[in-house]
Design a binder for this molecule. Sequence first.
Ligand SMILES: Nc1ncnc2c1ncn2[C@@H]1O[C@H](COP(=O)(O)OP(=O)(O)O)[C@@H](O)[C@H]1O
Ligand SMILES: CC(=O)N[C@@H](CCC(=O)OP(=O)(O)O)C(=O)O
Length: 292
Amino acid sequence: MEDLIGKANTLMEALPYIRRFSGKTFVIKYGGHAMADERLKASFALDVIMLKSLGINAVIVHGGGPQINQTLKRYGIESEFVRGMRVTDAETMSVVEMVLVGQVNKEVVGYLNHHGGRAVGLSGKDGTLLLSKKLLLEAKAEDGSRELVDIGYVGDVVKVNTDLIRTLESGKYLPVIAPVGVGPEGESYNINADLVAGRVAAALNAEKLILLTDIEGVKDKNGTLLGSIAVADMHRLIEEEAITGGMIPKVVCCADALNEGVKKAHIIDGRVEHAVLLEIFTDGGIGTEIVK
Ligand SMILES: Nc1ncnc2c1ncn2[C@@H]1O[C@H](COP(=O)(O)OP(=O)(O)O)[C@@H](O)[C@H]1O
Ligand SMILES: CC(=O)N[C@@H](CCC(=O)OP(=O)(O)O)C(=O)O
């Protein structure tokens, strides 16, 4: 009996969160390690289906950097990154689109539905979901000055077709978005998935933006996990090169999303089973929260 009462208490702990979040929108960026491991795939799918069952409008944006790397390697195409963004020429762009839209998106949709979801896969081209433009990247020149760098078909989101997402949600469907945008001339753009998640969260006025990654959260120069960082500290950590590579677009898009009205932004460890539920339904949460 004690065991059963314990179970009931665990359920009751979630009640205030369920009350607070039912009817709200959560945008979840799914990527990194959690996409590579069968047990974690199932745990992620079940977490998302649980959220939908509780009346939370979950929207998934997935990555696929490692899968793109694998295919580029198979084709003998070299790839390099600037501040966490892949330099993308026309040939690379066609591989990126093939892998993200044709392979990864369908795989994610497949296992969400296998576990009982009503997932619908979309690229930024479907219904012009992600109208985009070329992204010029601000980087440090050798003399220390700032310069804008053209890294090819890499984009930023100009406008999100929120109508399409709301239409799917009203039918209880679960949108799963591949981070490929479309320009005014119909051209494709490779967009960092964290950036897409941040823009979609802002456009939907989301309650939470949650980025799953392959590390416990954001760490300082000594490797200590930071439970919470303010936007000002974030800029300092980037300047000091404590935050580097793929972590840069993550923290920057969290800060942008908060500025545009998203209530909370979290970077959490996708290697932990049920990471999404632990973040949402426990008092302390997990990982790093970015705060204004
Ligand atoms: N300050 C930092 N704290 C944590 N991770 C960092 C930091 N700076 C750089 N990183 C790196 O960023 C990586 C996460 O970015 P990325 O590999 O692009 O993740 P994902 O594939 O989940 O999008 C971490 O594995 C880590 O190597
Ligand atoms: C411009 C840019 O860098 N786009 C990314 C898109 C995929 C992505 O963001 O995947 P992860 O979240 O798994 O890293 C890329 O080409 O790898």
